[in-house]
Design a protein around this ligand. Sequence first.
Ligand SMILES: Cc1cc2nc3c(=O)[nH]c(=O)nc-3n(C[C@H](O)[C@H](O)[C@H](O)COP(=O)(O)OP(=O)(O)OC[C@H]3O[C@@H](n4cnc5c(N)ncnc54)[C@H](O)[C@@H]3O)c2cc1C
Length: 367
Amino acid sequence: MDAATRESFEERARTFAAERLAPAAAGFEADEEVPAAVYRALGERGLMAVNVPEALGGSGAGVVSYARAMMATAQGCASTAVTMAVTNMVGEVVAHFGSEDQKQAVCPVLAGGRHGAFALSEAGAGSDPGGMMTTAVLEDGEWVINGTKQWISHGDTAAFLVVWARTDGAGPRGLSCFLVPEGTPGLSVASHEDKMGLRASHTVSLAFEDMRLPESALLGPRGGGFRIAMMALDGGRIGIASQAQGIGEAAYAEALEFVRGRGGDQGLTFRLADMRTRLDAARLLALRAAVLKERGVPFSQEASIAKAFATEAAWWVCNQAVEILGDQGLVRGGAAERALRDVRVTRIYEGTSEVQRIVISRGALRG
Ligand SMILES: Cc1cc2nc3c(=O)[nH]c(=O)nc-3n(C[C@H](O)[C@H](O)[C@H](O)COP(=O)(O)OP(=O)(O)OC[C@H]3O[C@@H](n4cnc5c(N)ncnc54)[C@H](O)[C@@H]3O)c2cc1C
């Protein structure tokens, strides 16, 4: 992808974030909702399916454009950004692994601003999807799915859900992946999580009770679900590294204004220097992984390095910002206060920091 395209995706996200997201983010949080119109507007700007081919309604603008747009969007509203991240990831999964009918049915809808959900995690299957208990059994030409998923981002508002279930016995090779349209009988929202941060992003548990799907609902090969999940998460980690970097920028910006207003001494300005350094390093690591993915070369190790570093750096930056702001750092509704609560989860979802260290150390030992 050329430099001008990458620049333009970041710019359009930055403008949207500054004009529409940042001024409204405290209100979204109070309402525990980002209006659907916001996602339609992101869709109109090509930001809900950035790396999905144009022939499928996406922007076809590549991974670097996506990462840069994600950083800019997250600076405006972290909750909006997580829905954008997961929807982009689901769009890519369907574009990559779906049948022609699945691609045509799903990708244009997500590109337009409806949500795509990624339903992998369960009570006993968070870091290790191999512990999954949800089952899918083929009966009279239909898949019958039973089980529960937990902590599924916007699982209640998604137009399409990608759902993992066990089709073929124990272990990772027994997992398959299914495409589930909203409103499928047997699918219900069991509960809503009450979270510390990202409060405008719904996180739900889902129940599947004898949910019947046509045989064609299988996404990718039978038994190929684990591989699809790992490939999706590798790419998703670039998105979450970028989201964290953007949240850190929001906190940094508030701290910077505060220090400027006070004519800060070196105690404060040196802190700003360290914050700026970590945010730049986080940005570069996320972009390095994005460049590799865009080139079609292995990037799993670099994506994990980016996610582990960017999410931990952003957490540190947000904490520093709150400290710099003093008592003002604790007042509800401030950008740094919200950022500190919002950023914490980036170290948990799409693989915890420990899971990233497993990937990184395995890669390092392999050489
Ligand atoms: C706000 C939010 C949104 C989410 N959205 C989604 C979503 O859309 N779709 C979805 O499928 N999931 C989603 N998740 C779930 C998320 O992916 C899991 O929470 C995450 O994978 C961790 O799993 P767990 O919470 O079960 O923790 P566990 O796996 O139980 O881990 C607990 C602790 O043990 C550590 N640990 C685990 N295994 C190891 C190991 N081998 N070595 C060292 N340490 C280890 C972990 O790092 C962690 O600190 C979301 C979670 C949150 C909080």
